[in-house]
Design a protein around this ligand. Structure first.
Ligand code: PRT
Ligand code: MG
Length: 215
């Protein structure tokens, strides 16, 4: 049978997911942060890992390039989740998706705010729900720079400790969503790889609960 392919992104997601997979009895034979290989074998011959850019993980899983993947809820919300199911909250890589800007900014002010973000869909939806007019400027990183050089009034980004905002004289203004990493599964893989996926889901769920009970 074809191996189950699991898409992971290196960095935060990989570092925090690895112990959960290890507890579930699966681990990559090489560290994706060091290896140049994009398909990485695991200790089990029926499972392999794909080294994918974080924002590309939902795309790989949606189109069946990977059967399963791990992504931040922020990335999942921005993608829209088409073709994916989200069976497990891994309770890792936690942060908040927030609106941030200069201290004293009044979000109720009747004006057309300019918002720089890599979360264009989330930002548009959030401000539309509040009936506010906005203009979205799409960026791919370091959103905190944009208001400092007059590119925008506000940013929408994930915030953890808040120290990046603080270092740039910005403040969190409004929360959009609580974020953590989620396991996502391709809908049709649920049928083609049902047994492998069910047993891995059960072991990962167990690993998450055990870790939570120790906190
Ligand atoms: O880097 P690349 O563009 O390839 O992808 P990525 O930035 O999406 O990947 P990565 O590994 O940086 O983040 C993966 C996931 O981790 C995100 O999708 C979030 O779900 C989650 N996560 C948790 C975070 C943070 N915490 C976080 N603090 N992702 C990013 N940050 C960044 C944030 O963008 C900001 O620049 O850290 C800075 C803020 O941190 P604080 O602690 O200063 O508030
Ligand atoms: Mg990053």
């Amino acid at each position: 049978m074809e191996a189950l392919r699991i898409a992971l992104s290196k960095g935060r997601i990989f570092d925090e997911t690895l112990p959960l997979f290890q507890a579930a009895g699966v681990e990559p034979v090489e560290n994706p942060a060091v290896s140049r290989k994009l398909i990485i074998a695991s200790n089990r011959d029926d499972i392999e890992f794909l080294n994918v850019r974080a924002s590309d993980v939902p795309t790989y899983v949606q189109h069946g390039g990977a059967h399963m993947g791990v992504i931040g809820k922020d990335v999942l919300m921005e993608h829209g989740g088409e073709g994916l199911i989200e069976p497990l909250d891994l309770h890792i890589a936690q942060c908040r998706l927030m609106v941030a800007g200069f201290p004293g900014t009044d979000l109720q002010e009747k004006k057309r705010f300019r918002i720089a973000t890599k979360y264009a869909n989330c930002a548009r939806q959030h401000f539309a729900q509040h009936g506010r007019q906005v203009e979205i400027i799409k960026l791919y990183g370091s959103m905190e720079l944009a208001p400092l050089v007059g590119l925008c009034d506000l940013i929408v980004d994930v915030v953890d400790t808040g120290s990046t905002l603080k270092a740039n004289d910005l403040v969190p203004l409004e929360s959009i969503a609580d974020i953590s990493a989620r396991l996502v599964v391709n809908r049709s893989a649920l049928k083609t790889h049902n047994e492998q996926i069910s047993s891995l889901l059960a072991s990962l769920g167990q690993a998450v609960r055990e870790k939570e009970s120790k906190l």
